[in-house]
Design a protein around this ligand. Structure first.
Ligand SMILES: [Zn+2]
Length: 315
């Protein structure tokens, strides 16, 4: 039974918004693009794996959590957890194209791309073992203990593992179902009710990782970010507000709600809150009362009074 589904990482929308609002000549453009491609590939690999695991139906009782992120004091993220009455399978899904070398002493993952370039990543073995320790800590605090079995899943056959890790099982996505279904789990350590309770406790502790405001991740000055409202028809920041609607100065398309995306962009990119004045300047609307009305149309948390009022997204 799946008790938590995967949603697109917030980083994906934030990086896309950042690229929309930065000139291509910006010195950080390449780094952001590389980051976006990596997030996209990772998420794509996880969704592909989910499709395979939709058919996971072993004889033993279990619950599945897809994408679990625990806030402090744990601070960890797990791609997929399978909780049974005897153990937890902690699956780390990797989607990195090219040739992969799992190095030890010190641990790292070397990725040689098809054009021959080498990229060095944190070692997934260390990553998944660190997550394992944190899940164990969570269980100790919850008073329900199970051994955690970490596994690394290679999402696509086109990923060539030239050098597997010496001390951890790697599985191709398509063999996970069979491998886990046929595994002898041994004696049940907890009841089915406790298994469900543990799953639900983890789901309620989950918090989506939020990278905003994302300009802090890169060397980007707030003034580098293009202001204005983007036209969904032509992609230019040439929307102007008049008579309760937006009109594009380039392609003449109309919109009544183009400011929603712009205000979302502000929160993802620049600050976690906004004042009426900042909204007015960012959207390029002439009247403060119009900017205020637009902010009020969002379900935002308000703080401060009168001219010091600020609006933030609710969590
Ligand atoms: Zn347009």
């Amino acid at each position: 039974m799946i008790i938590k589904y995967r949603t697109p990482p917030k980083k994906l929308a934030a990086y896309e918004a950042l690229l929309r609002r930065l000139p291509e000549q910006h010195p950080e453009w390449g780094r952001i693009m590389e980051g976006l491609e990596s997030v996209r590939a990772g998420f794509g690999g996880e969704v592909h794996f989910d499709g395979i695991m939709d058919h996971f139906s072993p004889a033993y009782a279990h619950v599945v959590l897809r994408d679990l992120a625990l806030p402090g004091p744990y601070w960890c993220q797990a791609d997929t957890l399978v909780i049974t009455r005897s153990c937890i399978f902690l699956l780390e899904v990797k989607n990195m194209q090219g040739k992969l070398y799992f190095k030890s002493n010190p641990a790292a993952l070397h990725q040689v791309k098809s054009d021959g370039t080498l990229k060095i990543h944190d070692c997934p073995v260390i990553q998944v073992r660190t997550t394992m320790l944190k899940i164990e800590r969570f269980m100790r605090n919850a008073g329900i203990l199970l051994p955690v079995i970490p596994l690394i899943v290679v999402a696509y056959p086109s990923q060539v593992v030239e050098q597997p890790p010496a001390d951890m099982r790697l599985l191709a996505a398509r063999e996970v179902n069979y491998h886990l279904s046929k595994m002898d789990l041994g004696k049940a350590l907890i009841s089915e009710a406790d298994m469900l309770t543990l799953g639900r406790l983890l789901v309620s502790a989950h918090r989506d990782y939020d990278p905003s405001p994302v300009i802090r991740t890169f060397k980007i000055h707030p003034d580098d970010v293009t202001v204005g409202v983007c036209c969904s028809n032509c992609g230019r920041f040439s929307m102007e507000y008049a008579a309760r609607r937006w009109k594009c100065g380039s392609c003449h398309a109309y919109s009544t709600d183009a400011h929603y995306q712009a205000i979302d962009d502000w929160f993802m990119l620049l600050k976690t809150d906004i004042s009426t004045r900042e909204c007015q300047q960012f959207l390029g609307v002439k009247r403060a009362d119009v900017a205020k009305r637009m902010l009020k149309s969002f379900d935002l948390a308000e703080s401060g009074s009168k001219k010091y009022r600020r609006y933030a997204k609710k969590h």
